[in-house]
Design a protein around this ligand. Structure first.
Ligand SMILES: NC(=O)c1ccc[n+]([C@@H]2O[C@H](COP(=O)([O-])OP(=O)(O)OC[C@H]3O[C@@H](n4cnc5c(N)ncnc54)[C@H](OP(=O)(O)O)[C@@H]3O)[C@@H](O)[C@H]2O)c1
Length: 324
């Protein structure tokens, strides 16, 4: 597995998103043994970047990752996130990136992950009530204390990124980026100017781009996708055409749609690390093999020309938490 730089941090250029092992998707938390095998197989194949967050579960995903990496901590670039949960008594559902909350959050994450340091500590969403300078200042203190090695942001936009970077170097922005969610491309010049890497979350479009989701009944009512505009009603039916176009290009490339979706992201630059999520060894192996897939210019052009998706990439409540 090739590596890339996120700021000063070296990571495998394909990571592993661990969220779906415990949270957000139908079946999450039902097979921890297979999830742990998936993490072990990832490490065996040279994947170093493991992604979790305290809110996944909440807490149970960090515990699962902590169990999985016991004895193998030195092979892992461990990334987690704070800010969706409040440790200062704010009502449930309110963001909290106040310094007091972060100082509590980090100790809980360290304990659950069974480690004395987090390699990459992200703010999960920008908290509009706390100046980003205060937030990053607090995390910079954790760097000085050795609890955190590198600092990240998630779904932040240009002004916040610049202001944060002025307080302490930001290694990575983690935001949704995939064949059907391309607005991060507007930020790439700024990220490159500052030397900030882009970690692409949901690089498989929450599974849709793999072509394996063909019916809305594929997921239950508590699944994240049940309220996602692209996965519901008429939009879902229209988006099947996009998945079909992607499959046709994948057939031509003698690869799977998931591999093509990942190879396309890798082709966008050596500062972009997709973190596909899966809780199954077989899919992990399939996704990691995208490291060796080189798309032709004609295939990339065809992917760039895919039918645009119907529907926004998040529902309204989630969009309100995303900076633009
Ligand atoms: N910063 C943020 O706000 C944020 C938001 C969302 C996600 N994330 C992070 O990004 C990671 C990845 O995003 P994601 O999990 O939302 O979406 P994703 O990686 O685009 O897709 C994951 C879904 O695709 C399925 N899948 C994976 N590989 C497959 C394959 N080869 N063939 C068919 N299906 C496949 C998985 O099912 P199975 O698990 O059943 O295989 C899962 O349902 C998460 O795990 C999380 O760590 C961060």
């Amino acid at each position: 597995m090739r590596t890339i730089q996120l700021g000063d941090l070296t990571v495998s250029r394909i990571g592993l998103g661990c969220m779906g092992m415990s949270f957000a998707y139908t079946g999450a938390g039902t097979d921890d043994a297979e999830s742990i095998r998936t993490i072990h197989r990832a490490l065996d194949l040279g994947v170093t970047l493991l992604d979790t967050a305290e809110v996944y579960g909440p807490f149970t995903n960090e515990e699962l990752v902590g169990r999985a990496i016991r004895g193998r901590r030195d092979q892992v670039v461990l990334a987690t996130k704070y800010g969706f949960l409040s440790h200062t008594g704010r009502p449930s559902g309110q963001l909290d990136s106040s310094p007091a909350s972060i100082r509590n959050a980090v100790d809980g994450s360290l304990r659950r992950l069974g480690t004395d340091h987090i390699d990459l500590y992200y703010q999960h969403r920008v908290d509009p009530t706390v100046p980003i300078e205060d937030t990053i200042g607090a995390v910079a203190e954790l760097v000085q204390q050795g609890k955190v090695r590198h600092i990240g942001l998630s779904e932040a936009w240009a002004d916040t990124i610049r202001r944060a970077h002025a307080v302490h170097p930001i290694a990575a922005l983690q935001s949704e980026y995939s064949l059907w969610t391309r607005d991060q491309e507007e930020l790439l010049p700024l990220l490159r100017e500052l030397g900030v890497g882009l970690v692409a979350y949901s690089p498989l479009g929450h599974g849709f781009l793999t072509g394996t989701i063909r019916s809305e009944s594929d997921f239950g009512p508590d699944d994240f996708r049940a309220t996602n505009p692209r996965f519901t009603g008429e939009n879902f039916q229209r988006n099947l055409a996009l998945a079909d176009e992607l499959r046709a290009i994948a057939d031509q490339a003698a690869a799977t749609p998931a591999q093509v979706a990942l190879a396309w992201l890798l082709a966008q630059g050596d500062d972009i690390a997709p973190i596909p999520g899966t809780k199954r060894v077989s899919r992990l192996e399939e996704n990691v093999a995208a490291d060796d897939l080189v798309l032709t210019p004609a295939q990339i052009a065809a992917l760039d020309a895919l039918t645009p998706p119907a529907g926004g990439h998040h529902n309204e409540a989630q969009m309100r938490l995303i900076q633009r």
